[in-house]
Design a protein around this ligand. Structure first.
Ligand code: URA
Length: 463
């Protein structure tokens, strides 16, 4: 047996040097015991430590960069077998360098999962650690307690030094403590939760800050809960407010709309314009980046029917208005044949930014995914709450998903009035672009007539 001794549980350099030396010597993975200083788990190990290999052999042994990056993360994992597992993969990579790209290999896959878990833990520490203020001889000091899952504290030190550079702070964790005095970072022993102070003035600062930035228009409860696992909530003063804020958000929206209604003598234009202006700056999903602008709904605010399309197309993105391109022209024609005046209905989209893939000079429509539809649902819900149309018509699958929250088979659900989850009436039909894409002219004609029939049903529902 050979013993490789590492200075600390996150000693990547120590592992790399030892692993390289062992691999150059050709020591098999099951002949190595990995020992971490202060963690006397292999007391029977007696053979000498690994000596550094001669330089030429070292130079002759190369591993893919991806492996080094993977190993850097995996070394921080809490699994005691991590060093041995990495060493096994390293040995196999010598003969099969392409193994690093083989996602089907069980060991490779397991190590990738471990690396992911480490990266998540690093992110959690950055996102959820909270300082409490104390006063010591030198004045103000900020102290935080955090319990990571893996050995990530040192790997995160530079982040906290950069972020809180001018504050004197200590981060206490069970394994190690970090102390920053605005110039030097030092390390101390692990701590227990009781060593960290409880509630204090910085909590009030956080709470005030959090409540002031808490805009119901940005409320994403699902994401908030996903990103803030409950385990961390006990150390986060602002989470005491979350339930209250979530519960209050609906009431505040309603109040906002009511205020707008009453202050404008029943005219909702002010509230609608405020909503449209807010949507113009929407960054709830990445689609706003390449798009020219938010394309908000338009039409009379007292319309009995609200039509919901998928997302603006190329022409809508440039014009800033919904359904003005080829699909819009087809839609207008069908509306006319069904006896519905476009000027009498409100027309909007489930997703308010144009999603596309550039191809040369052209921008090719790309379907919004479930996350983008869900992120944008906030706006359509506001539009519906404000306008209270008697019937909301989903044009195609994206709009149907946005309205129902579920994947909908259009052929099964089209053509009849449905009761939506909020008790209002909905109707599902095809999207006009579907008609434009049918290559066979006979079938296209038939489908167009079916679409007009659906629109006639819509008209009949509200007269
Ligand atoms: N397709 C849509 O769904 N909406 C538009 O505004 C234009 C095309």
């Amino acid at each position: 047996m050979r013993v490789a001794r590492l200075d600390a549980p996150d000693d990547f350099d120590g592992w790399r040097d030892a692993a390289r030396a062992l691999a150059v010597e050709g020591v098999p993975a099951d002949r190595v015991i990995w020992q971490v200083a202060g963690h006397a788990n292999d007391l029977f190990a007696a053979e000498p430590e690994v000596a550094p290999p001669p330089e030429p052999a070292l130079a002759a042994f190369r591993v893919p960069r991806t492996f080094v990056d993977l190993a850097r993360d995996v070394v921080l994992h809490s699994d005691r077998e991590r060093f041995a597992m990495l060493y096994s993969l390293l040995l196999r990579l010598r003969d099969q360098p392409r193994l690093i790209d083989d996602r089907a290999d069980p060991l490779r896959r397991k190590l990738e999962e471990m690396a992911k878990s480490v990266r998540r833990d690093i992110h959690k520490m950055r996102a959820f650690l909270r300082f409490r203020e104390v006063t010591d001889d030198a004045g103000e000091r900020f102290v935080a307690w955090f319990e990571p899952e893996h050995h990530i504290v040192r790997a995160n030190a530079a982040f906290f030094v950069n972020r809180f550079n001018t504050m004197r702070w200590s981060i206490l964790t069970p394994e190690v403590s970090l102390h920053w005095d605005t110039e030097t970072l030092s390390e101390g022993p692990g701590a227990v939760a009781a060593d960290a102070p409880d509630g204090d003035p910085i909590e009030a600062v956080w709470k005030t800050y959090y409540a002031s930035i808490f805009n119901p228009a940005r409320l994403k409860v699902g994401a908030m809960l996903r990103e803030m696992p409950r385990k961390y909530w006990k150390n986060m003063p602002e989470t005491a407010l979350v339930g209250e804020l979530v519960a209050g958000a609906r009431a505040r929206e309603t109040a906002m709309i009511e205020t707008a209604r009453s202050t404008t003598g029943g005219n909702i234009e002010g509230a609608w314009a405020a909503l449209r202006d807010e949507a113009a700056g929407c960054t709830r999903c990445p689609l706003y980046r390449p798009a020219t602008q938010t394309v908000f709904g338009e039409g009379p605010l007292d319309a009995a029917i609200m039509f919901v399309g998928e997302q603006p197309g190329d022409q809508e993105d440039l014009a800033g208005r919904p359904f003005v391109g080829p699909a819009g022209q087809m839609f207008d024609r069908a509306l006319g044949e069904a006896g519905i005046d476009r000027a009498s209905v409100y027309v909007t989209n489930a997703v308010k930014h144009f999603k596309f893939e550039p191809r040369g000079k052209r921008r090719i429509h790309a379907k919004p995914d479930a996350g983008e539809i869900d992120a944008c649902r906030w706006w359509i819900e506001q539009e519906r709450m404000l306008l209270t149309p008697r019937l909301t018509v989903a044009l195609g699958a994206t709009a149907a998903r946005s309205l129902t929250g579920q994947t909908v088979t259009i052929s099964r659900e089209r053509g009849r009035v449905l009761t939506l989850a909020d008790g209002t009436s909905g109707f599902i039909t095809v999207h006009p672009s579907f008609l434009l894409r049918i290559p066979d002219s006979v079938r296209a004609g038939e489908e167009y007539r079916r679409f007009v029939e659906d629109l006639r049903s819509v008209r009949d529902t509200i007269v």
